[in-house]
Write a new protein. Sequence first.
Length: 248
Amino acid sequence: MPCFRSPKKPKTRTKGNLQRYNVGAPLERIALNVLGPFPVITKSNRYVLVLMDYFTKWPEAVQIPDQEASTVAEELVRSWISCYAVPMILHSDQGTNFNSALLTELCKLLGILKTRTTALHPESDDMVERFNRTILNHLSLFVSKNQTDWDTHMPLFLLAYRKAEHEVTGLTPAEMLLGRMLRLPYDIIFGRPSETPSSPNEYMQNLEARLESVHAFARKRIKLASERMKTRYNSRATDHHFKKGDLV
């Protein structure tokens, strides 16, 4: 039976210089990954399909029975696209289920650019990998001895993550996507927000101003974090110079 521990880091390999892609809008580019296998639960689920927006850091973690391409494609539509609409870019690792003919055709049909990590730059998927480690660390603290209740802890974990300040943006995923903080039971003691808008139009104006402000702040933070990571990564990288006729 597997333990809920963070996966071991891959062995050191020859690395090329890191090229960063900085998103500038919510739900523009999302990451796709599968975590597991976990102990089988009553609904026969043993994997978690992880979907995460690169800009807002808003996550979804969907329990699935297997990691077949058909399952991944179905849940991508049901759990993400039906809720947040079609992204411009879908990024994954090099797993065959993520690069299958089915998922490729789905992306083509919906006008989604499908990208993936490369052998030289597996770190380009670092955001979702860090999120996966956070899930595993959380589950390791709360699952029962037989580990078959891991699914019951996922909903409140997602609530806590969406309400927590992200180290890169300096804001919560909820603020970034919804323009407001999520309300928890203890927030009841503070009562109704004092700046409650008097009309839907006023609410929309306030929301637009709020989102414009937090997104501008987050873009600066994302850019700085990206530059720091690129500098740190490239200091340990080996640049590759290819010539005509080289196998790549």
